[in-house]
Design a protein around this ligand. Structure first.
Ligand SMILES: C[S@@+](CC[C@H](N)C(=O)[O-])C[C@H]1O[C@@H](n2cnc3c(N)ncnc32)[C@H](O)[C@@H]1O
Length: 217
């Protein structure tokens, strides 16, 4: 089931003010950060705690920064995003791939290719999040982690209605609901790692079912 035919999701939840081509919107590189330094540090700390050294990582919806701890070595880090110059400038990526997930949510890697997948402060731009999460369930090895971090800034014209209008706690709950609908995840967790006096950091994490079976969370 996708968001388009799910009776529990109100129509218009994933609509945007600007339904124009995302490739055009992201054509120019933006060498900026999208959350405060203290918030990036909190996210880096979370990654350090949760992702073991030597893991195979997918940084989905990435840019020129991945926020991973600099002193930890991973087996590989594959980046995905919308802007080639940004991804080429990201020093952590071993390989990268440009793809508009709103046009085509199917990704080119084999089943079980990654031990962890990250979506940093970007989930609000997905118009087909269930399809993308189902694809991540396919790509993660059994027991692999999905870490979705969110904050409160966004490009308002490109963020979907739900993430523009719902309060933070409902946005986080919605991510959990969408993961449940996608199937294949367990151990859903919500964590508030917001630093004082900086952009908030609300994280949703889940594990790929250890036996690879798709069931409700
Ligand atoms: C706010 S930036 C965050 C980038 C990076 N994760 C970070 O933490 O700095 C949002 C990112 O979402 C990605 N994105 C937006 N729309 C997308 C789409 N339709 N398909 C795939 N990725 C998209 C772009 O790569 C963009 O860099």
């Amino acid at each position: 089931m996708t968001e388009r035919d799910d009776p529990e999701l109100p129509a218009g939840m994933f609509q945007r003010i600007d339904e124009g081509d995302d490739a055009a919107f992201y054509a120019e590189p933006r060498f900026v950060t999208h959350i405060d330094d203290a918030t990036i540090e909190a996210l880096t700390t979370f990654y350090r705690e949760r992702i073991p050294a030597g893991a195979r990582l997918l940084d989905l919806m990435s840019s020129w920064v991945s926020h991973l701890p600099e002193d930890v070595t991973y087996a590989s880090i594959v980046g995905h995003g919308m802007n080639a110059p940004e991804l080429a400038a990201n020093p952590r990526l071993d390989a990268w791939h440009v793809q508009d997930l709103n046009s085509d949510p199917e990704l080119p890697w084999p089943e079980g290719a990654f031990d962890a997948a990250l979506i940093a402060v970007s989930v609000q731009y997905l118009t087909r999040p269930i399809d993308v999460f189902a694809e991540l369930a396919r790509l993660l090895a059994p027991g692999g982690q999905l870490i979705i971090s969110t904050s409160h800034r966004c490009f308002p014209t490109k963020a979907v209605w739900a993430f523009r209008e719902l309060p933070p706690e409902e946005r986080v709950r919605l991510i959990g609901f969408l993961l449940q609908r996608a199937g294949g995840f367990e151990a859903l967790e919500f964590v508030d790692r917001s630093p004082a006096a900086a952009d908030p950091l609300w994280i949703v994490s889940a594990r790929r079912s250890s036996d690879g079976v798709r069931r409700d969370l």
